[in-house]
Design a protein around this ligand. Sequence first.
Ligand code: PLP
Length: 386
Amino acid sequence: MMNNFLPFAIPDIGAEEIAAVVETMKSGWITTGPKTKEFEQTFAAFIGNNVEAIAVNSATSGLHLALEACGIGLNDEVIIPVLTFTATAEVIRYLGAHPVFVDCDLNTLNIDVEQIEQKITPRTKAIIPVHLAGLACDMEAILAIAKKHNLRVIEDAAHALPSKINNTLIGQHKSDVIVYSFYATKTITTGEGGMIVTNDAKIAKRCKTMRLHGIDRDAFDRYTSNKPAWQYDIVAPGYKYNLSDIASSIGIVQLSKVDLFHEQRSKMAAKYTRELANLSIVLPPQVKNSHTDTHAWHLYIIQLEDTVKLSRDQFIQQMSDNGIGTSVHFIPLHLMSYWKNQYNLTSAQFPQATKYFNRALSLPLYTKMTAADQDKVIGVIKKILT
Ligand SMILES: *Cc1c(COP(=O)(O)O)cnc(C)c1O
C-alpha cells in the first residue's frame, strides 16, 4: 500500500545535475567559487534588465541580507501578508524590527493591496509582497503605494520563478530587492539555496559583504586575485550565508531546465483545472490576463466549498488513505503561537486568511509526476467528493 503512496513533492534531479556535482567535487573547489559566479551570471541573464544576482544558502538568508542592506533596523515596521511562510516575518525580527500583517485577497491569495495603506505608520520602512503559489502580486499598485510613502519594496519571490505580470518578469520590477528560493520543493532547486536580485549597486555590494562575515573581498576573489589571499578587511559583523559551488553546479543545470519545468507544471495545472472544474471546490486563482501574465505554478491550491460535509483535515486524511500526499500553504501566521502572542493577533483581524485556511489544501504538482499519477489524484478527489 505505502509503496504506491504518491508523495506531495519530489525534486527533479537528473543525470546532468549528478554529473555536474561530481565534476565540482573532483575539481578541487567545492565552496563558493567559479560555479557560484557562473550560476549568478546565468541567473542574472535569465532575469535580464542588467540586474545583479547574488547567490546565498537560502531565501531566508537572502531576505535577511536584503532587509539589512535596505537599512531596516530596531523598531522599524515592515508590512507583510499574514498568509505566508514564517521566513518572511522572522527575518524582520532578526533586525529588531516588527512585521505588520495584512490579510489576503481571496481573489488572488496575495496580500490585499487595498488594506496596505491603512497599516502604514511613521515607522513603516518597507513592504514584502509574496507571490503566493507563483501568482504575481499587482506590483504596479504596490510600487505606487511604496513610492507615495517612501517605502522600500523587497519581493519574496520564493514561489515566483518564472512569474510575469503585465509582460514583466518578476525580478524586473523597480523593487529594491527580489529574493528567490531553491529549497527542495521549489520550481528549481539546489538542495538548499537562494538568490538575491537587485538593480541597486549599493545594495548588491552590501549583500555580498554581509553574506560572508563582512569581509570586503569574496572568497573566490581572495584566492584568484593578485593580492595575497590572507589580506582582507572586516567592515561589519557579517553572516555566513554563501552558497557552495556544489550547490551552484546543481543550480546551473536546474536553471537551464526552468522553461521546460514551467511548461510541464503549466500543463499539469491546466489539466487539474479542467478535470476538477465541476466539483464542489474553489479552484486556484488564475492570472488576470493570459497574454501578459504568467503563473509559475509552484503550488496548486484548492479550497473545499462549504457544501462539502468533510472538514479540510478529514479530506486530507481521506486523500492520504487513498495513497496521496497533500499539504497546506500556509497556516496563516496569526495562528502561530509566537506571532499570535507577540503581536496579539486574532482571527477576527484576518477574516479572509482564516476562511481560506479552514478549507485549503495543496495538491501534488511536480515534474516527476506521471500522467498516471495525476489521473490517480483526480480520480481520488472525484471519488471523495461525489
Ligand atoms: C520556501 C519559502 C521561503 C524560504 O525559502 P528558503 O530557501 O527555504 O529559506 C520564504 N518564503 C516563502 C513564501 C517560501 O515558500
